[in-house]
Structures are given as C-alpha cells and as structure tokens.
Design a protein around this ligand. Structure first.
Ligand SMILES: C[S@@+](CC[C@H](N)C(=O)[O-])C[C@H]1O[C@@H](n2cnc3c(N)ncnc32)[C@H](O)[C@@H]1O
Length: 191
C-alpha cells in the first residue's frame, strides 16, 4: 500500500478526505457504465496517486482528450512523474471551466471525480457542482464516490439529494467492500 495519501491526509485532512488511495475495485466501478470507451473528452478531478487515472487510460479510446485537475502540490508532482503525457492542472476543480478553455478542450463527455465531498462545506460543494455542470455537454456522465457510512449521516444524505436536484438521472452502484473504507459510486447524467 502507498503511504502517500495517508501522509498528505495528516497534513491537510479536509482537502484529502481519505486515509488511503482507492482500491482497484473502486476504480473499475467508477469507470464502468459511464461511456468512457466512446467519450471524446474526459476530465478527472482529484486523481491523487492515479488509481482512477490508470483505469481511465485502460478504457479510453486513443485520441480522446483527457486532462486531470489536482489541487495538492505533492500529489500533483507525483502524478506528473507517473503520467508525464497527461495534461495535469495543479489547481482547484472549481476552476475547471477556465482550465479546459485554456487547453482548448470542448465540453466533457465524462467527468470522473475523486474529490472528498464529505470534507467540503455546502458552499464549496455547490461551487464545484456548478463548475462541473458548466463543463459537461447535455447527456454527459459524472461519476463520483462516497464512503458507505455517508449513506447513514445527514451530510451524506444531503449530498445525495443535491446530486438528484442537479442531474437528470442519479444511480448508485453496489457497495465496493474491498475498499478502505467500503464505498459506492454515484453515476449522474446531465439533462
Ligand atoms: C479522496 S482523495 C482521492 C484520490 C484518488 N482519486 C483515489 O481515489 O485514490 C481526494 C483527492 O482530491 C484532491 N482534491 C481535493 N480538493 C480538490 C479540489 N478542489 N480540486 C482538485 N483536487 C482536489 C486531493 O488533493 C486528493 O488528491
């Protein structure tokens, strides 16, 4: 297991929001059933050590545009070493519209999101979701994960309701038990 995420969590828990990188099983689940194979433009938020990135690269078609946005400087540096050919913005996903425009990228078909929503206040959640909807074309897919315990906590339930208000369709995956802690994926379609 890599200790990088744990070390960064200790330095800044509210921005990392996880004690360990996601499992390969969660990466497969978040990248499933969101049309990655046919997507022409893919954006990843909060790649961390790149667990989801590897799965995206495995599934995306050659020639698809792909960029990632990572806020943490240490994780961004490590990402660049592991994935030197991928466009990485060391910035906040709140700035996704300006960042994509600066790279000449059009609207996204898929947004794969590793952000720690439970660690964010409501205002930041709203700003991030506004930015996300504005970079997505109609019918595009947004996939994000949450830890299982969130289903039983008011903040987690509020976040689920927020997704339902903003997206045309919201579906939950089965729980990925082989993850620390167990997690599930929200798959959301923009109307
Ligand atoms: C829970 S970790 C997930 C990392 C990786 N996707 C995984 O699943 O193992 C959350 C990641 O989101 C990044 N992050 C937090 N706030 C962010 C923001 N506003 N914009 C971009 N990345 C952010 C953190 O630095 C961290 O890499």
């Amino acid at each position: 297991m890599s200790w990088t995420v744990f070390r960064e969590f200790l330095k800044d828990p509210t921005k990392i929001g996880a004690i360990a990188a996601s499992s390969a099983g969660l990466a497969r689940t978040i990248c499933s059933d969101i049309g990655l194979v046919g997507a022409g433009c893919i954006v990843e938020y909060g790649p961390g050590t790149g667990v989801f990135t590897r799965e995206i690269l495995h599934r995306k078609r050659p020639g698809a545009r792909f960029c990632a946005i990572e806020h943490n400087p240490h994780l961004a540096g490590q990402f660049r070493e592991s994935f030197p050919d991928i466009t990485l913005f060391e910035d906040s996903a709140e700035r996704a519209p300006a960042l994509l425009a600066s790279a000449g990228m059009g609207k996204a078909d898929c947004v794969v999101c590793g952000l720690p929503w439970a660690a964010f206040d409501e205002d930041l959640q709203d700003r991030l979701l506004d930015a996300t909807l504005s970079i997505m074309r109609r019918g595009a897919q947004f996939a994000t994960f949450a830890y299982l315990q969130g289903l039983f906590l008011p903040a987690g339930q509020r976040f689920g309701a927020k997704l339902k208000r903003r997206f045309r369709k919201v579906a939950k995956s089965p729980v990925v038990w082989r993850n620390l802690p167990p997690a599930f994926v929200y798959r959301c379609e923009k109307g």
